[in-house]
Structures are given as structure tokens and as C-alpha cells.
Write a protein that binds this ligand. Structure first.
Ligand code: GRF
Length: 219
């Protein structure tokens, strides 16, 4: 289990994770899910994708899971009376599949205390900006409107702060004057597809030293 709150000033070393079964949570297209599936198949990522969970019925990512022979589950937040009830069901599903690490990949729901109390220390997200710049939706458009010259992607641990958890890995791309949000998103996506499997492998392998919100890989 990943400890997230070492006492102030105290280093903490994360050991390798003994449970390498991961869940991927999606809401749509699932291209990052595909990158994880491909990395497992190519043995670049030593893990088992135990389940893919979508909160949206018919999400394309569920087809990708099916094609890869991975159990796909639709868990619609609309079928639950409250955020708590939805998260309780989500946690039960993750436990049923004996998951050690959860990867959010375009999962468009905020996760609250019920979920975070159970899996908050074992959940990663990928976001299409160089955090802490441009959290939230439409990160690529935010970046363009701000006039940045470099953009990118970030893999981070999930906490209660929107796109604000400790950073595991980042990758950068140049921004061209002629870019539209879609063109920039495509360029960032190429980085995401390389970055996410590498970051997941790195977290599973352990050997991180944590101080406060700073995570560094031991040499
Ligand atoms: C990606 O850009 C990811 O960074 C963001 O949502 C998008 C999901 O794309 N969180 P996909 O569903 O993985 O293709």
C-alpha cells in the first residue's frame, strides 16, 4: 500500500507493489487504456489489467477491453442515488477484482472521500497539461488561450484536490502558433500513450522516496 502522508521532514520509501493487478477507469474513447493494454501485451508493463470500468454505457473503451479479453464493467453514476452510493459500488467492484492499483484514463467523475478512503493511495490519473498549469476540463484549450509555448501531460496520484496530487511523471511537447486545441491534443496524446505505461510500471516497481508531496525515484 502506498503511504501518502509521511510526517513532515520524514522520508518514506515505497516498496515494490506485491499486487500487480490494475483496474482502468474510463468514460470514453479509451486510447490510454489501449496504450496500457499494448504495453502489457508487449511486456513493457509487467501487470495484469484485471478489469476496465466505465461510468458511461457504451464507451468505446469497453470495446477495446472486450477485444483484449479483459472484463469490462459499466457502472453508471446515474444508477446510484448519491456520489457515496456510486463510490461504494465502485470500491466493491475493485475489491471483487482484487485490484492493487487503479488507473484513471479519461474518467470524467470526481472521486470523493468514500472512494479515496479505500483506494486514494493507490490511484493514478493522466492529465493533458503540465500540472499544476491548467487543471480541470479543456486543458489543451486553456494552454492555447494562455499562449504557452510548451505543453504536455502529467501522471499524478489522485487526491481530493482536482488534478492536484503528487506528480509521478511528465512529458512536454512544443506548441505551434498554428495549433488548434484538437491538433495540440493529438500531439499531447502521443506523449500520454508513452508516459502512462512507463509511469504505471515505475509505481508498481516501487523504489520511490516521498517527502511531502514530492515523489522522487531512487537512483
Ligand atoms: C486524455 O487526454 C487524458 O489525458 C484525459 O482524458 C483524455 C482521455 O483520452 N484525462 P482517452 O479516453 O484515453 O483516449
Amino acid at each position: 500500500m502506498l503511504g501518502m502522508s509521511p510526517a513532515a521532514g520524514q522520508d518514506k520509501i515505497l516498496p515494490p507493489m506485491s499486487n500487480r493487478r490494475i483496474a482502468v477507469l474510463i468514460s470514453g474513447r479509451g486510447s490510454n487504456l489501449q496504450a496500457l493494454i499494448d504495453a502489457v501485451a508487449a511486456k513493457r508493463l509487467d501487470a495484469t489489467i484485471a478489469v476496465v470500468i466505465s461510468n458511461i454505457t457504451g464507451a468505446h473503451g469497453l470495446d477495446r477491453a472486450r477485444q483484449a479479453g479483459i472484463p469490462g464493467v459499466t457502472l453508471s453514476h446515474r444508477d446510484h442515488s448519491s456520489r457515496d452510493a456510486f463510490e461504494t459500488a465502485l470500491v466493491a467492484e475493485l475489491r471483487r477484482h482484487d485490484v492493487g492499483l487503479v488507473c484513471l484514463a479519461g474518467f470524467m467523475r470526481l472521486l470523493g472521500p468514500t472512494y479515496l478512503g479505500a483506494f486514494g493511495e493507490q490511484t493514478l490519473n493522466i492529465h493533458p497539461s503540465l500540472l499544476p498549469a491548467f487543471p480541470g476540463v479543456d486543458a489543451q484549450r486553456q494552454a492555447l488561450e494562455h499562449g504557452v509555448k510548451v505543453a504536455g501531460a502529467t501522471v499524478h496520484f489522485v487526491t481530493g484536490a482536482l488534478d492536484g496530487g503528487p506528480i509521478v511523471a511528465q512529458g512536454a511537447v512544443p506548441v505551434d502558433d498554428s495549433d488548434t486545441a484538437d491538433v495540440l491534443a493529438e500531439r499531447i496524446l502521443e506523449v500520454e500513450h508513452r508516459l502512462y505505461p512507463e509511469a504505471v510500471a515505475s509505481v508498481l516497481d516501487g523504489g520511490w522516496v516521498i517527502q511531502g508531496r514530492t515523489y522522487r525515484k531512487l537512483p
